[in-house]
Design a protein around this ligand. Sequence first.
Ligand SMILES: NC(=O)c1ccc[n+]([C@@H]2O[C@H](COP(=O)([O-])OP(=O)(O)OC[C@H]3O[C@@H](n4cnc5c(N)ncnc54)[C@H](OP(=O)(O)O)[C@@H]3O)[C@@H](O)[C@H]2O)c1
Length: 107
Amino acid sequence: MKNKTVLISGALTGIERAAAVNFAQQGDQVVLSGRRDKEGEKLVEELRALGAEAEFVRTDVRAEEDFRNLVDQTVKHFGRSDIAVNNAGTEGRRGLVSQQGDLLLSR
Ligand SMILES: NC(=O)c1ccc[n+]([C@@H]2O[C@H](COP(=O)([O-])OP(=O)(O)OC[C@H]3O[C@@H](n4cnc5c(N)ncnc54)[C@H](OP(=O)(O)O)[C@@H]3O)[C@@H](O)[C@H]2O)c1
């Protein structure tokens, strides 16, 4: 697949950052999202230097309105969204899935 519009959540570090660079190198249009503006704009410049079209949209995936805005901005910039890489997240603590809320609150 080439020349796709790719939306990536939590795109500023780790696996998602590597995916963003890879998509850009393939010639895809990349919409990066994350919670840190400065790092987001820096990565946009890095992807543009590779010849890709890239945009950053500040997004906290816990906020539904943020995520709606991310999709809206993606369609506004590129007319569509072909691929979504939904990888934003953090490691939980070991325990039952049903107890994860309590485990997070006890951090
Ligand atoms: N690496 C592994 O071996 C492994 C194994 C199993 C599962 N995973 C999962 O795979 C995903 C990526 O792993 P990784 O190693 O690339 O992790 P990572 O480098 O910690 O990346 C996680 C990204 O998600 C972002 N993020 C966290 N909460 C967010 C929120 N509420 N809104 C927006 N962005 C948010 C973080 O942004 P901030 O910098 O702003 O916090 C960070 O950029 C994670 O969900 C992780 O739990 C990873």
